[in-house]
Design a protein around this ligand. Structure first.
Ligand code: PLP
Length: 405
């Protein structure tokens, strides 16, 4: 008997798993090859900013003082005490208090997206997405048989009128529009902050069209000036599921996040969680709860904002000096990213040339659900030290010359 081959297994995979590695994983694999790379690619927090001694003590205390909680399964909604803390945090920072059955603890942001997809999407339902938007969300929607329809973004972010255009396009193509996915704060990938008036319009349109807004606030706590515009959830809690993650402001290693929204949807998400990981890890939940209630989370935010804003400044300077008029880019007031447009350049070819020159970033194509060709690229400044940025951008400039060449 011959052994079963890769090709035979591949042919037996579910259709949704047969796409193979994406364009993005090819770039990230090249970037992770290491060497003297100046890496602007991933949306990763900088682990050197963690207070590891404090985290170690907090973890040890959680295990020693309440092992029957920290080392046990948790309820699928999350630990009651942490949910109470998170409801209060949402209230304190957004002015709206989710009821007890309106908030679930999740295993990070992607889990929250997974659960809301399981709760809302039937086969081939339409998901209206920003153009550009977070490519990981497209992947979650598609793996739940959703079909993404692009809305329009301009230099201020999502254009609310384009919700109706995308909705009409979806209906015309025979799909049922169910949800609108928006990242209003320091968006991934654009870094932009959506104006208040547009947030109000989104709520009004969602109510009128019967759509659920999924508001992803992954970077909301990283407003460099520490100020906040009303969240879409605060403006329309009846039509919004807000999903948040502690991966950017606490640690991705604990995989902690939350979702708050209408009780009916949150309940369906909690039911769906029994079919995925059952509950977010209790150990991470107990550590996060102490970290917040002892004031460490609030105390850490100014430190993180300060560190990331210095890097933002460093990258803005490096871009101005290294690329000048050759490209344009956004000036983020928070988060991890800036979004470049390099007219006349194919972003995918540029990404490959850049890795050969010794720098890495994510090309813009995968951030568009309709797969359009693009001259945009995303640079993340979260993990790159300021003294390496000028060199990274000089390498990018050389790569641009090569692909133009
Ligand atoms: C907008 C956005 N949402 C969600 C996530 C995923 O969060 P998590 O790592 O907690 O799953 C990310 C991570 O890059 C993100 O940028």
């Amino acid at each position: 008997m011959t052994e079963t081959t890769h090709d035979e297994w591949f042919a037996r995979l579910a259709a949704r798993a047969q796409a193979g590695p994406s364009e993005l994983s090819a770039v990230l694999a090249l970037a992770s090859a290491g060497g003297d790379l100046v890496d602007f690619s991933g949306g990763f927090p900088d682990p050197t900013l963690y207070d590891t001694q404090l985290l170690g003590e907090t973890a040890a205390k959680a295990i020693a003082s309440q092992p029957q909680v920290a080392l046990q399964y948790a309820p699928n909604y999350g630990l009651a005490s942490l949910r109470e803390v998170l409801r209060e945090e949402v209230h304190r920072t957004q002015g709206v208090r989710p009821e007890q059955d309106e908030l679930i603890v999740t295993s990070g942001g992607v889990d929250a997206l997974t659960l809301v997809s399981k709760a809302m999407l039937d086969h081939r339902d339409a998901v209206l997405v920003e153009a550009p938007s977070y490519l990981g969300a497209f992947s979650v929607f598609r793996s739940h048989d959703g079909v993404c329809f692009s809305m329009r973004n301009d230099e201020e972010g999502l254009v609310p009128a384009s919700i109706e255009e995308a909705q009409a396009a979806a209906v015309e193509a025979g799909h049922t529009p169910k949800v609108v996915y928006v990242i209003p704060d320091f968006q991934n990938p654009s870094g932009l902050w959506l104006p208040l008036e547009r947030r109000r319009e989104i709520v009004e349109i969602a109510r009128r069209l019967g759509l659920l807004v999924i508001e992803d606030v992954a970077y909301r706590d990283l407003a460099f000036e520490g100020s906040y515009i009303d969240s879409i959830y605060a403006l329309g809690p009846d039509v919004t599921v807000q999903i948040g993650t502690f991966s950017k402001t606490f640690t991705p290693g604990t995989r902690m996040g939350w979702a708050s929204g209408p009780a009916t949807v949150i309940d369906a998400m909690a039911q769906a969680k029994t079919n995925t990981d059952q509950c977010a890890g209790a150990l991470g939940q107990t550590i996060l709860e102490s970290y917040i209630t002892e004031g460490h989370y609030a105390a850490s935010l100014p430190v993180l904002r300060g560190a990331y804003s210095v890097r933002r400044d460093g990258l803005m300077d490096a871009l101005a000096q290294g690329l000048g008029d050759r490209a344009s880019w956004t000036h983020p007031d928070g988060g991890f990213f800036t979004w470049l447009d390099i007219p006349g350049v194919d972003a995918k070819a540029l990404a490959a040339a850049a890795v050969e020159e010794g720098t890495a970033f994510v090309p813009g194509g995968p951030f568009y659900a309709d797969g359009r060709a693009t001259s945009n690229i995303r640079l993340s400044f979260s993990r790159t030290s300021v003294d390496r940025m000028a060199e990274g951008i000089a390498r990018l400039a050389r790569a641009i010359e090569r692909v133009e060449g």
